[in-house]
Write a protein that binds this ligand. Structure first.
Ligand SMILES: *[C@@H]1O[C@H](CO)[C@@H](O)[C@H](O)[C@H]1NC(C)=O
Ligand SMILES: *[C@@H]1O[C@H](CO)[C@@H](O)[C@H](O)[C@H]1NC(C)=O
Ligand SMILES: *[C@@H]1O[C@H](CO)[C@@H](O)[C@H](O)[C@H]1NC(C)=O
Ligand SMILES: *[C@@H]1O[C@H](CO)[C@@H](O)[C@H](O)[C@H]1NC(C)=O
Length: 957
């Protein structure tokens, strides 16, 4: 997932040669300046190499400075990144950053967290309660509560604060392996978006350190999510540049360098020390191929990229050889070819890579791209550390394991679908890779996914079968290992940086939130620890999806039955049935589109049932659940939004011939019902995850668009147009920054135009007229509070139209007015992202604040939940699970927010007069619960559906 979706790129051609030269000069200067050793040191070196000095030719042109500098660089060739045994560390090297300013700290550096349940970075739970001692920014000891050694530490550390964890989970701070925080400030503003360097596709010489904006508000938000360190990488280019690991805490000095994990306040110029870890970013496939279309000399195919990669590496190889020749000459007492040690900051990182000192992080998706990456590495003799994103890696474990070094896969839990190279993704990929003994870590690619939600990556991966220890380790200890920083972070052990998180529940439980977060022993989040746990279940590890066994598969013979029996139902969430929440399980008998019986014992009805194979579904922990209804942006309209051939097209793909700017013509309003593309992979996967009904407007790819068109509602398993539930559902407008376009450059003009279109057509038989009269709902996509206020005013003026706010990220600020005016909100998304200015005031739901859901409910606003990214449509129940866990709503309210309420708000409920529901094993709002049956129109259509049913792009007919 990269940024083509969300960012409009600046025109190509802003060349950075000047910058390159500046960096080059600056860097060489810095190196010379900083590492010039003392005279005494040089003398030592010289005398220890007497032959060398003696044999220096008299006419030697090297000045002593050049000579000593070169000699040192020759030696540096063999200095590798070093780890320190944490056991012997006396203090965190970053400690002094904070000591001069106690005002911001909220702690006096030494403290103990008593009675903690410790989950360490290897994902292993420590036996019994533990006390964690912190001093000088470092973990001093993790010992059994009440033990002698704990008493001893209490006396020797004399902690200034004693915090009672009350048995809650304490873990190491989370480690993010792929972030763009600081170089892509949120909300997105062009002035501080430095993600992309477009001078050319090979920019190994750029450094995220040079762009990191200490004022990015996301830093704090990310730390509230328990993430204490992030590898900040540059984006998209074939050889993208150098990344740095930052602590997610702005130091009192506001120095960016002091945010570097490897900053050492005892070192004069720590950032350039020779034995630090270095990280490099590369990219394969679509991003480097597509991003430079405007640059005539840049490659446009993977073959061109391959050539460019090789030719760039050859230059680095050549420089490395020149360096080695120079050093050989010096060692042999000969005059080297050049007066100075050969250097070129343009290739410095690559030379270091060839010397085995740089860890690579490569964005690649497709199997063949990953293999090409490996081939390139072998050709030049360096190792691949980590393949990032890597959605297809699960298909080639053997190729991965065959490579030299231990190649790790750093991937997503939920990503797939939006472009060709992401089309083959699977939620089971972390599990499959782990089953193959491949090291895996998980990342968010912030801001592609909010960095504060890194924990959710581990939760979802675990819920789809990645063992809990590996899932937690994938965002802590394992990530630290892949970074080469596992002597400092990722673990809760003596000598490690005091980066730790105290959670309100088991961190892999839905909705888990940090109550306390420390970075280098400094408190960054401090929410009071409640005495009582809300719910005992939250303390334990949540479940994982179970395999579909042969026994379960045998029940599939029931598929197609219109008469069937379900036993073992604990609770129903259907509005048409009594909830049944009691200790007595119920049975259900369905026949002829009706529930004949729903009670403790339905045996008297059994004889009336003639199902396909006379089997009965018997559940251990059964639930009857409303089927999901999703408002989507592309389902049924386009398979891959970046490939317009895969569907209806984009309403604004008329760049030169902007016919849709002619809003005054109602005949030109596009209706999605005319562009449906059924039986797509997205639809099949949504269906088998319980999302049976879909509402989609015409495609509106990211960008600026005022009028999208008319949405349609249909069944996700529709094979023909009979599957349409309601042809014209709502007319969709985007008001706000995202609605700005050529003829409507201002929000004011958008609102005036909306008003005019409605008023001018009020008596007419067309879409605008229907909308004016309230016969066609008007879905207004907007997030800004100020825009919502204008829309409320417009509604008051026009009276008859029916407005729905879609997006509504800032709706909580005007909840009362929305409720008073009967305007419902479809939260899309309900989770706070803050990508744009119009959503900068979203409620995070972290650090003890409510979520948008809680706030809207309290204000009495009618709301529903939708997801803004199509990859999440199939995970609608997981979203509802997290929403429920973080918000003050009941399970029923969460479930109806993704079903009945959506249908109600979009007024399609009257068109669904049938029996649609799911039967689940396990509470539907817990991880690991499983869909046992899908019932549509009273027919049992699927039993134990495959969540990722086979989809062939080119079926063999
Ligand atoms: C802390 O303050 C002392 C005294 O003012 C100063 O010498 C030292 O350099 C400061 N340290 C840092 C890391 O700012
Ligand atoms: C630890 O916390 C738990 C939960 O609050 C409590 O039951 C137990 O007594 C505490 N133990 C100690 C040693 O404080
Ligand atoms: C690559 O990994 C192998 C171990 O499999 C190691 O022997 C070799 O030195 C590594 N090469 C480099 C350039 O780091
Ligand atoms: C993974 O490692 C385990 C333990 O070393 C071994 O038993 C298992 O066969 C390995 N699995 C694969 C697929 O290599």
């Amino acid at each position: 997932m990269e940024w083509e979706k969300t960012f409009t790129l600046p025109p190509d051609g802003t060349r950075g040669n000047l910058m390159r030269v500046t960096i080059a000069i600056g860097l060489v200067f810095a190196l010379i300046h900083v590492f010039l050793p003392s005279n005494a040191y040089l003398k030592n070196l010289f005398s220890s190499n007497k032959v060398f000095i003696d044999s220096l030719p008299r006419s030697h042109s090297l000045s002593s400075t050049r000579f000593s500098d070169g000699l040192r660089k020759c030696r540096n060739r063999y200095i590798f990144p070093q780890k320190i045994d944490p056991e012997h560390r006396q203090e965190n090297p970053r400690y002094h950053i904070y000591t001069n300013d106690t005002s911001t700290l909220g702690t006096n550096f030494s403290f103990v967290i008593k009675n903690a349940t410790v989950l360490d970075g290897d994902g292993i739970l420590r036996d019994g309660p533990a006390d964690v001692y912190i001093d000088k920014g470092m973990i001093y000891g993790v010992v059994d509560s009440g033990s002698k050694i704990s008493q001893f530490l209490m006396e020797s550390v004399k902690p200034h604060d004693i915090i009672d964890a009350k048995g809650k989970y304490v873990t190491p701070g989370l480690v993010e392996m792929h972030s763009h925080v600081g170089i892509c400030t949120q909300p997105e503003l062009r002035g501080v978006n430095d993600m992309f360097e477009l001078m050319n596709p090979t920019t190994q010489f750029i450094k995220t350190l040079d762009a990191f904006n200490i004022g990015d508000p996301a830093i704090k938000l990310i730390s509230y999510g328990g993430v204490t360190s992030s590898l900040v990488l540059p984006s998209a280019n074939l050889i993208s540049g150098e990344g740095f690991v930052f602590k997610m805490l702005v130091p009192p000095s506001r120095s960016v360098e002091e945010m570097l994990l490897q900053y050492d306040s005892n070192d004069v110029s720590p950032n350039l020390s020779v034995n630090r870890q270095r990280w490099m970013k590369m990219a394969c496939g679509e991003n480097p191929k597509k991003r430079f279309v405007a640059n005539p000399s840049a490659p446009k195919s993977r073959m061109g990229l391959g050539f460019l990669f090789r030719s760039t590496m050859e230059k680095a190889q050549h420089l490395k050889e020149e360096q080695d020749l120079w050093c050989d000459a010096i060692e042999q007492g000969l005059t080297p070819k050049t007066p100075s040690f050969p250097e070129n900051s343009e290739y410095d990182l690559l030379v270091e890579l060839l010397r085995g000192k740089v860890r690579t992080n490569s964005h690649c998706y497709e199997t063949f791209d990953i293999e090409t990456l490996f081939r390139h590495a072998r050709e030049f003799g360096f190792n691949i550390t980590a393949v990032h994103h890597a959605l297809d890696a699960y298909k080639i474990p053997e190729i991965i394991k065959r490579q030299p070094g231990n190649v790790s896969i750093v991937t997503f839990a939920t990503e797939w679908g939006f472009k060709k190279e992401a089309f083959q993704g699977s939620v089971f990929s972390p599990k499959i890779l782990n089953d193959n003994n491949i090291t895996i870590a998980l990342h968010t690619d912030h801001p592609a996914n909010g960095g504060q939600d890194l924990i959710i990556q581990a939760q979802i991966a675990h819920s789809f079968g990645l063992p809990a220890d590996k899932a937690f380790s994938a965002i802590s200890g394992t990530a630290a290992k892949i970074l080469g920083l596992d002597d400092r972070i990722g673990y809760l052990r003596k000598g490690y940086d005091a980066d730790l998180v105290l959670w309100d529940r088991h961190p892999l439980q839905a909705g888990s939130s940090p109550l306390k977060v420390y970075i280098d022993g400094v408190s960054v989040l401090n929410v009071p620890i409640p005495d009582e746990n809300k719910d005992d279940d939250l303390i334990s590890l949540p479940g994982s999806l179970e395999d579909i066994t042969t026994d379960k598969k045998a029940l599939r013979c029931l598929e197609g039955s219109q008469e069937f029996v379900v036993k073992g139902i604990k609770q129903s969430f259907l509005k048409s049935l009594p909830s049944g929440a009691s200790n007595i399980t119920k049975e259900m008998v369905v026949k002829g589109g009706e529930v004949l019986c729903f009670q403790q014992d339905c045996s008297e009805f059994y004889s009336a049932i003639h199902s396909n194979c006379m089997k009965i579904i018997t559940l251990k922990d059964g639930y009857v659940v409303p089927a999901g209804t999703a408002l989507t942006t592309t389902h049924g309209i386009t398979e891959m939004p970046s490939e317009l051939s895969t569907g209806d097209g984009d309403v604004m793909d008329f760049v030169n011939n902007n016919i849709l700017d002619d809003f005054s013509d109602p005949e030109k309003v596009v209706a999605a019902k005319n562009g449906l593309h059924l039986e797509s992979k997205h639809l099949k996967w949504a269906h088998n995850s319980g999302v049976l009904k879909i509402i989609t407007p015409p495609l509106r790819n990211e960008g600026k668009k005022f009028l999208t068109g008319i949405s349609t509602a249909f069944r996700s398993d529709a094979t023909d147009l009979n599957g349409i539930i309601k042809e014209n559902v709502a007319i969709h407008f985007t008001i706000g920054d995202l609605g700005k376009q050529i003829l409507l450059p201002t929000v004011s003009l958008q609102i005036q135009t909306l008003r005019k279109l409605l008023l001018e057509n009020k008596g007419k038989a067309n879409a605008y007229g229907d909308a004016f009269r309230g016969e066609l709902p008007i879905a207004l996509h907007t997030n800004s509070k100020d825009v919502i206020l204008q829309l409320i005013k417009l509604k008051n003026e026009l009276k008859t139209p029916y407005f729905i706010i879609v997006g509504g990220v800032e709706a909580h600020l005007v909840g009362k007015q929305l409720a008073e005016n009967g305007i419902p909100v479809v939260l899309e998304p309900w989770r706070c992202q803050r990508k744009y200015w119009d959503e900068r005031r979203c409620l995070t739901g972290l650090h003890g604040t409510p979520t948008a859901i809680t706030a809207l409910k309290k204000a009495g606003v009618k709301f529903a939940i939708a997801v803004d990214e199509d990859k999440l449509v199939r995970l609608l129940y997981q979203e509802a699970t997290i929403a429920k866990a973080r918000s003050d709503i009941t399970s029923y309210e969460a479930l109806k927010a993704i079903s009945y309420d959506v249908e109600d708000i979009f007024k399609i409920n009257d068109f669904i007069n049938s029996l649609d529901f799911l039967v689940t094993e396990g509470h539907p709002l817990t991880y690991g619960s499983q869909i046992v049956a899908i019932v549509e129109n009273g027919t049992l259509t699927d039993v134990y559906p495959d969540l990722e049913p086979e989809f062939e792009v080119s079926p063999t007919y």
